[in-house]
Ligand binder design. Sequence first.
Ligand code: PLP
Length: 388
Amino acid sequence: MSSSTLPFLPFALPDIGEDEINEVVDTLRSGWVTTGPKTQRFEADFTAFLGDPALHSMAVNSATAGLHLALEALGIGPGDEVITTTHTFTATAEVVRYLGADVVLVDIDPATLCIDPKCVEAAITPRTKAVLPVHYGGLAADMPALLALARRHGLKIVEDAAHALPATSAGQLIGTLGSDVTVFSFYANKTITTGEGGMVVTRDAALARRIKTMRLHGMSRDAFDRFTAKVPSWYYEIVAPGFKYNLTDIAAAMGIHQLKRAHAFHARRSQIAQSYNAAFAGLPVITPPGPPAGDLHAWHLYVLRLGDAAAVRRDALIEQLYAAGIGCSVHYIPLHLQPYWRDRYALRPERFPHSQHAYEQMLSLPIHTRMTDADVQRVVAAVRHALA
Ligand SMILES: *Cc1c(COP(=O)(O)O)cnc(C)c1O
């Protein structure tokens, strides 16, 4: 292939426009760079985007911070267990350990690569307090089943929606399903980005109050509130040993405009996914499952699995694509294989057959809005060439 003459196609690229740049510059010139008016606007816009005025949207400096705040507000602590999927990034699980609680990892449904509600049910003990599903790759986990089992067993649900803006379950946007808390990520490679950042969403006013307080040192009033107040502004109270998890207005300035483009970004990602699906039909591969009829898949990831009949193994395919100037990745090395999680809970791959099997066969192809149609065809040609 003559692809060595083409520029490297990165696995992911942020799509930052002039509106984002101008808003950031405006913030830099404004005299207020930390949490303030732009963050408030971003939060209000996010609630409007989800379309439910009863939601509280709270901006944070990462989804990891948001997941930590969510579990803290729910009172998770030592002696408690939180069930989550082994097929995720370590951030999903590490926040449970921040609070001294225990992580119970379970396997995935091989059809969706999302947490399997039957495995969740089988892992429930008297110590179980919450379930932390991940909408893997942008496809909603089986939320009707998870919400039903949470109700039956009196468990909390915190959704790791880092991949899921915008995605739907049974026609409703992730973030509006009625779980306890939902957390989105705006990390550099996510479907919209603020560089680093996240949004915590809940309908529960008491949880929202706790999360807002703990997001900023456990202070009763934040700096912008004090700065703009009409009464003497020096007074605040510390009501808990909180964290430093607030989002800056510089980041929120990006988020305001990224959010406006979220539907257009989504349309392009969906188009790329359809092109890949069509091009790979007939090859010895398993293309990613689409959403149920009428639902949205956010297409944060395009995860291709090699069939047993494929002429090339996963590692070799990634090397061939790299040699052709195409960046790929693997999402994820399952947590049960990572030394900390493996050793801490004495985990063996046989307990997670579906995640283990998917891991051995899968790779993530580039799917981002700065890819041209020619870029997509270049990936298609390289995959077809490797599998020929
Ligand atoms: C990116 C990601 C996170 C963490 O998001 P940050 O904003 O980087 O903290 C958590 N869970 C999953 C599944 C992710 O992909």
